[in-house]
Ligand binder design. Structure first.
Ligand code: BGC
Length: 267
């Protein structure tokens, strides 16, 4: 039988009722972690995922919380800790896009994206760090706790028509690094994952047709779109002690999208 690398640990994965978050929650559960499926609207999907994980012998609960709401986040951590005893892993995954050209972008959509994609990571990380320090080291991991921040290739690649989203991900990069510098001495391990074009609901227009897919493939040297599982595998490894000396780093899971493929035969 496969060794479960996260046995005895508990994890909150924000925004895990679909897409990359769902895949990460399932992968962490396969690795033996008890997981919180966090959702803001998709209650049925969240409970279906919980049922699926339990059917496969894992442990999971669903908790509704808007990550940009301070009280919701505090209540989510309280419920998770009272159910599982503690939390060992936080995956700051929840994120949205509200695309528009800059002059068409409403202040509301600017704020909404920053609130969920960046402030949400701050609110959840703050609660996780408090819990890691309260609980102290355990036998289940070398680290006091782990935080994985979901970034994007757009933490470094500017993205016209998406200034709110790219700004939020640029912010996630610096948030992650500053936090890693601050809490590393406590043995809290903080990293980020920067996915490229992963086939999920958020970008369905780029893979809905063959023509659209062909166009985006020009941006991917490895010449395929990513799957949520590609990201989930990296998240499980980053959450495990196998990556114990990786701290304050962003791992790009993008098939080379961040390699400026426009420079092939150009420049
Ligand atoms: C965005 C996707 C996009 C990908 C590559 C991600 O962060 O959410 O919509 O396809 O970056 O551009």
């Amino acid at each position: 039988m496969k060794i479960q690398r996260l046995k005895g640990q508990s994890a909150i994965i924000t925004g895990s009722s679909s897409g990359i978050g769902e895949a990460i929650a399932i992968e962490l559960a396969v690795e033996g972690a008890k997981v919180v499926i966090n959702y803001s609207h998709s209650e049925k999907a969240a409970f279906d995922i919980v049922r699926g994980i339990k059917k496969n012998g894992g442990e999971a609960i669903a908790i509704k919380a808007d990550v940009s709401n301070e009280n919701d986040v505090k209540d989510m951590f309280k419920e998770a800790i009272s159910t599982f005893g503690t939390i060992d892993i936080l995956v700051n995954n929840a994120g949205i896009q509200k695309d528009a050209s800059i002059t068409e972008m409403s202040l509301n959509d600017w704020k909404l994206v920053l609130d969920i994609n960046l402030t949400g990571q701050f609110l959840c990380s703050r609660e996780a760090i408090k819990e890691y320090r309260r609980r102290g080291l355990t036998e289940t991991s070398c680290a006091l706790g782990k935080i994985i921040c979901m970034s994007s290739v757009h933490e470094i690649i500017p993205w016209s028509g998406h200034v709110n989203y790219s700004s939020s991900k640029g912010g996630v990069s610096m948030f992650m690094k500053s936090m890693a510098q601050e809490v590393g001495r406590d043995k809290i391990r903080v990293n980020a994952i920067a996915p490229g074009a992963i086939k999920t609901r958020i970008n369905k227009e780029i893979w809905a047709t063959k023509e659209a897919e062909q166009k985006v493939l020009e941006l991917i040297p490895y010449n395929r779109l990513g799957e949520a599982k590609d990201v989930a595998k990296v998240a499980a490894w980053l959450a495990s002690d196998e990556s114990d000396y990786i701290h304050g780093t962003t791992i790009f899971v993008d098939g080379g999208m961040a390699l400026y493929p426009g420079f092939v035969d150009n420049g």
